[in-house]
Design a protein around this ligand. Structure first.
Ligand code: IPM
Ligand code: MN
Length: 346
């Protein structure tokens, strides 16, 4: 690809700070002859306060004309909980049919966290991105009374479950260990659980080289902490995947390093890349956020656009930077971005 049309959504809190560093690194790694065109979108708390809008049809049409989207973070304490999350972030994932939420977790040598120095962890969670309890299928009865009833129904379609499971098998099949773990809770959530398990078993028959296993989500949380090296690829639903990927981040160097891609593998809509972390309003504007998760999300973006070599260079620059980090000398957001960009330019 000789040109990249990139939509940039800095968003809320630390979003703009980390996105600036991600763009810095992207510009440093791209070959001279690849033209990068960016369009910035004002989405999030500022826009909502000013106009009452979250994400309009016109925004969606315009965003849809890009090759990919880079997003910082969405969510702000001055806006009622859920308004921006559902109205911007989840709407983007749903409208652009990002049914794969790809979240790799790798334990680099010399990284902090409870597992520093333990065996190599190199896992990738394939989180379903368009269904489950996130679908918004629910409501309340007798709202605001002592007899209120609230439901949040998990939506699981054969179509939606099968396509993400197939993607996970493809991914597992292309990795050296060829192992895929299904995480669910089919001893309790029998309806959705059986659909997931039966679909998983049926697709597994087409991938004889992939070793499979199944874990209930509660047991999976134990193994994420005690034996994360046992995992290769994990496939799971939207909510379990949300929780497990924060845990995966915590055991692989922290949320400051966790990258993600919201992917539409068909290419019908642009895929969107974002750090797993949120807007961190407590440190917004202080210049202390770690932009590494955004930079690693840029690497995922590059790989998605078939710039494999550039993706690897970004990941190698991050690995080298992490190897030299001194926990007693924290650097500012832009210092980390500058150091990574310098490695790539040099
Ligand atoms: C994430 C976030 C989002 C999610 C929120 C902000 C809607 O936690 O990307 O993991 O739950 O998916
Ligand atoms: Mn989350």
């Amino acid at each position: 690809r000789r040109s990249i049309r990139l939509a940039v959504v800095p968003g809320d809190g630390i979003g703009p700070e980390v996105v600036a560093e991600g763009l810095k690194v992207l510009a440093a790694v791209l070959p001279q002859d690849v033209k990068l065109e960016t369009t910035e979108y004002d989405l999030g708390a500022r826009r909502w306060h000013a106009t009452g809008e979250t994400l309009t049809d016109a925004d969606l049409r315009s965003l849809g004309q890009h090759d990919a989207i880079l997003l910082g973070a969405i969510g702000d304490p001055t806006v009622p909980s859920g308004v921006l999350e559902r109205g911007v972030l989840l709407k983007l994932r749903f409208e652009f049919d990002h049914y794969v939420n790809l979240r790799p977790g790798k334990l680099h040598p010399n990284t902090a966290g409870p597992l520093a120095g333990s065996p190599a962890v190199d896992l990738v969670v394939v989180r379903e991105g368009t269904e489950g309890p996130y679908a918004g299928n629910g409501g309340t009865l007798r709202t605001g009374t002592p007899a209120e009833v609230a439901t949040e129904v998990s939506v699981n379609t054969a179509y939606g479950v099968e396509r993400v499971i197939r993607y996970a098998f493809e991914r597992a099949n292309a990795r050296p260990r060829r192992k895929l773990t299904l995480v669910h809770k089919n001893n309790v959530l029998v309806h959705a659980g059986n659909l997931w398990k039966n679909t998983f078993d049926a697709v597994a028959a087409e991938y004889p080289d992939v070793t499979t296993d199944y874990l209930h989500v509660d047991a999976a949380t134990i193994f994420f902490v005690t034996r994360p090296e046992r995992f290769d690829v994990i496939v799971t639903d939207n909510l379990f995947g949300d929780i497990l990927t924060d845990l995966a981040a915590a055991v692989t160097g922290g949320i400051g390093l966790a990258a993600s891609g919201n992917i539409n593998p068909t290419g019908a809509h642009p895929s969107m890349f974002e750090p797993v972390h949120g807007s961190a309003p407590d440190i917004a504007g202080t210049g202390t956020a770690d932009p590494t998760a955004t930079v690693l999300s840029v690497a995922l973006l590059l790989r998605h656009l078939n710039h494999d070599q550039e993706a690897e260079r970004v990941e190698a620059a991050v690995a080298a930077d992490l190897a030299e980090r001194d926990p007693n000398a924290p650097r500012r957001t832009e210092q980390i971005g500058d150091a990574l960009a310098a490695r790539l330019a040099g």
